[in-house]
Design a protein around this ligand. Structure first.
Ligand SMILES: NC(=O)c1ccc[n+]([C@@H]2O[C@H](COP(=O)([O-])OP(=O)(O)OC[C@H]3O[C@@H](n4cnc5c(N)ncnc54)[C@H](OP(=O)(O)O)[C@@H]3O)[C@@H](O)[C@H]2O)c1
Length: 244
């Protein structure tokens, strides 16, 4: 699905998004649209392979940007909704200011929705294609210390599942990619083991080609998901220890 395909990646200037650009190249994509809020941050990304990597200015929270991108990148066959924020360490009640909570929802849920709505007709015209939504194991395990981030990813997981059913008729695969902790700036303060961004991107794109609707990526993600299936109450108890 990636080989000879045209891949559009949000948040492509750094972190996991940059890894998706590299992995799409490695798997033989014909073109990769690298999208970021500030096109200047894409200069080094594009310089690696200017014949295949095309910069796009895009704030995922801006529906007009998303519509313009869908128009300009009308040959896209795979959309990777990678851009995301973890902006609020704190409880819903102990830290009641909703500014950061709403921003997480704007980027992690409505941003994904904006792109899916803009690109679904493009993908249909191009034969179906696929959408990869980057979620998190925190879309499965409710964890109070990052409760509002969890809520945004739970919402995005529900969106992914419902959209998968909705777009099946047009032949579009919609994948939930569910990593645990990844070695990027988002997890800079996390001391535990982290998966390499390249590994996460490779696993997600290979799973898309294989037709997997949900892929749990890395040992921790698989371990937590296994516990969720085996003993959801136990997982909830464990996670409840992680208080803000
Ligand atoms: N790191 C982890 O441990 C981890 C674990 C599970 C899931 N994830 C998910 O993986 C994805 C990538 O995160 P990361 O680890 O690569 O984090 P990161 O290094 O902080 O990168 C976040 C990316 O999202 C972009 N972004 C943020 N808001 C945006 C907006 N409104 N419009 C467009 N782009 C925006 C950032 O662009 P700017 O440079 O302009 O800020 C940046 O490119 C996210 O969805 C995250 O939730 C991460």
């Amino acid at each position: 699905m990636i080989k000879h395909g045209v891949v559009f990646v949000t948040g492509a200037n750094r972190g996991l998004g940059l890894a998706f650009v590299n992995e799409a190249r490695r798997q033989g994509a014909a073109r990769i649209y690298a999208a970021a809020r500030d096109p200047a941050t894409l200069d080094a990304v594009v310089a690696v392979d200017p014949d295949r990597i095309v910069p796009v200015r895009l704030d995922v929270t801006n529906p007009a940007d998303c519509a313009a991108a869908a128009l300009a990148c009308a040959d896209t066959t795979v959309l990777v909704n990678n851009a995301g924020v973890l902006g609020n360490y704190g409880g819903f009640v102990t830290r009641p200011d909703q500014t950061a909570i709403r921003h997480e929802m704007e980027v992690n849920y409505f941003g994904v929705l904006n792109l899916c709505q803009a690109f679904a007709p493009v993908l249909a015209r191009n034969g179906g294609g696929g959408i990869v939504n980057i979620l998190s194991i925190l879309a499965i395990a409710a964890t109070p210390v990052v409760g509002s981030y969890c809520a945004s990813k739970f919402a995005a997981l529900a969106l992914t599942r419902c959209l998968g059913a909705e777009l099946a008729a047009q032949g579009t695969r919609v994948q939930a990619a569910v990593p645990a902790t990844i070695d990027t700036s988002m997890a800079a303060d996390y001391p535990g083991p982290k998966d390499a961004p390249d590994f996460v991107a490779r696993t997600a794109l290979e799973a898309l080609t294989a037709g997997e609707a949900e892929v749990f990526i890395g040992p921790l993600s698989n371990e937590v998901y296994a516990q969720f299936r085996r003993d959801p109450a136990g997982l909830a108890r464990d996670r409840a220890q992680m208080l803000p």
